[in-house]
Design a binder for this molecule. Structure first.
Ligand code: PGA
Length: 245
């Protein structure tokens, strides 16, 4: 595991974008595993800048996102499909048909999970997977529980996640309580993983995930057993507990 300490969120974005750009330069049809939430936003704005300045092209790249809320259409202002268009896809030369996100409006969400796994099998191994970490240690929407999920699953979001995400909705009642999430087994198949964390509020959970016991009650702790290349890019605040230890 490599840990990179950035000064601030912009610098986290610059380091992460550089890693992603290297993968695309080496393999123009790279399969990128993408994440949503506030953490990857500076990474996406840096990738957009690199594209605009001619440093990188996504013309051959393909993407799979980690998760989507159940019940939100791709046009809904808080859907992850919309988030990805607004923060990345609409500003780069990626082809829409190469971008994949679980369908939030699927009539049968369990069948949608299976369909997403079939898609992942067809697309092959993710070249680089971007991850944030939730305050409760979740990665994607794999919430703390009794076991590590393997395949794409329909998840009941925990109170803490609904609460954390309510900042994006007009009222807490409007926050979806279910999501479709790529399973941890799937995430660990990626060739490379970039785990990003920003801010003091992530310091404790980041330390537990990377230095504590490996346990499904802290889903991100499984990254300690990951066999590929793991790079943690975090700002000084998010790394503060780890630096103390
Ligand atoms: P955040 O969410 O980037 O909005 O903090 C991270 C996560 O829940 O994975």
């Amino acid at each position: 595991m490599k840990i990179i300490c950035a000064e601030n969120d912009r610098e986290v974005g610059r380091y992460a974008a550089k890693y992603i750009a290297e993968v695309i330069r080496e393999r123009p049809n790279a399969l990128l595993g993408l994440a949503t939430g506030s953490t990857p936003m500076t990474t996406y704005s840096e990738l957009v800048r690199m594209y605009r300045e001619g440093e990188i092209s996504f013309a051959g790249a393909r993407t799979v996102n980690l998760d989507e809320y159940v019940g939100l259409s791709p046009e809904h202002s808080q859907s992850y499909a919309r988030f990805m268009r607004e923060n990345l896809f609409d500003h780069i030369d990626i082809r829409a048909e190469n971008c994949h996100i679980p369908g939030g409006l699927a009539k049968d969400p369990i069948a949608e999970c299976k369909a997403y796994d079939d898609l992942l099998d067809r697309l092959g191994r993710v070249d680089i997977q971007l991850l944030g970490i939730g305050h409760n240690g979740h990665i994607a929407f794999n919430e703390p529980g009794e076991h590590f999920t393997k395949d794409t699953t329909l998840v009941e979001l925990t109170e803490s996640t609904v609460s954390a995400n309510s900042r994006f909705f007009n009222s807490r009642d409007l926050v979806p309580t279910r999501a479709i999430s790529m399973g941890i087994g799937r995430i660990l198949k990626a060739r490379k993983i970039l785990l990003l964390a920003i801010g003091q509020s992530k310091a404790e959970i980041l330390a537990r995930a990377l230095l504590g016991d490996v346990t499904p009650s802290v889903p991100a702790s499984i990254l300690q057993f990951y066999q590929g290349e793991l790079t943690v890019i975090a700002d000084r605040k998010a790394l503060s507990r780890i630096l103390e230890k």
